[in-house]
Ligand binder design. Sequence first.
Ligand SMILES: C[S@@+](CC[C@H](N)C(=O)[O-])C[C@H]1O[C@@H](n2cnc3c(N)ncnc32)[C@H](O)[C@@H]1O
Length: 283
Amino acid sequence: MFKLEPELYNSFTDNKYYNEVLENSFNIINNKLNRKFDVIVDLGCAEGGITKLLSTRVPHRKLVAIDTVPDLLSYARQYNTGPTIDYQLQDMSVEWPQLSPQLRQLETTVDLVFANFVVPHFTDKTKLMSLISKLLAPGGGVFHSNNMLYPDLNKKLLPKYKGPKPWYPSIEKQIDDYRHSLLDNGFQIKEFTIVEKHWKWSRKQAIEMMPYAVEDFRQFYPNRQLFDEEVGEHLWDTLFDAYRNQPDDPPVADGAWKQFLADESQTEIDDCIPYIRIVAIKD
Ligand SMILES: C[S@@+](CC[C@H](N)C(=O)[O-])C[C@H]1O[C@@H](n2cnc3c(N)ncnc32)[C@H](O)[C@@H]1O
């Protein structure tokens, strides 16, 4: 399971690139939807930094913030509290009957489910959206999420690794999965925008983030052995190349990650990581 360190995660999100995404979201929620949000769920709240911000930026009565990692929630409960915020431990990849009684009590009462960079971690997005659909108030409950798109590693795999590998998702497949997960659950899609987005990271951040980026890819492998094999062979290099260089550039021949580590003059990196911005309404 993808497991973030609270302080480290805080340092990844506390920057102007992340803030631009959030400002856009708050603008949509407050100014474009023309709705009031009594009960909000922040899905995948991590260490609570964004939850706290959300609680101050979007008027509401109650904010239930959910994550599946106990350490993140302990940190959130200690450092990112607020009078309306209720942090709850819950794995949202389960079926409805396995949700905690407190969450099931929210059925049809939630006005906004906010999911910022969380849904990419769910292999079965249709199943997740069926839970979200049950939580949302019928006749106008809003689902809003920002979701990074993973790079297509088949475009960066060196010939010696004998691609294409069927388990790497293409961009088109990822987009399709999001769309189907909404339509299959009867959502009305109000916005479904692919946003080209640049992010700059310091060398230190790039090095700290890389293990998470690699671990995050585990979800796409049919089994653990295959993942471990690719980690041993090329995954760090292929992934680093894919995040840093244009998708249609040829792969970096000698290993992008190793080259970056060896070259200390690279003090900053520039990623172009697109994301999908979704606004969907439960009828
Ligand atoms: C990239 S972080 C996003 C955190 C925060 N929403 C933000 O905007 O910065 C993704 C979060 O989703 C949580 N998560 C992943 N899978 C989950 C699951 N099955 N149930 C609940 N939370 C999950 C992770 O623990 C992590 O804290």
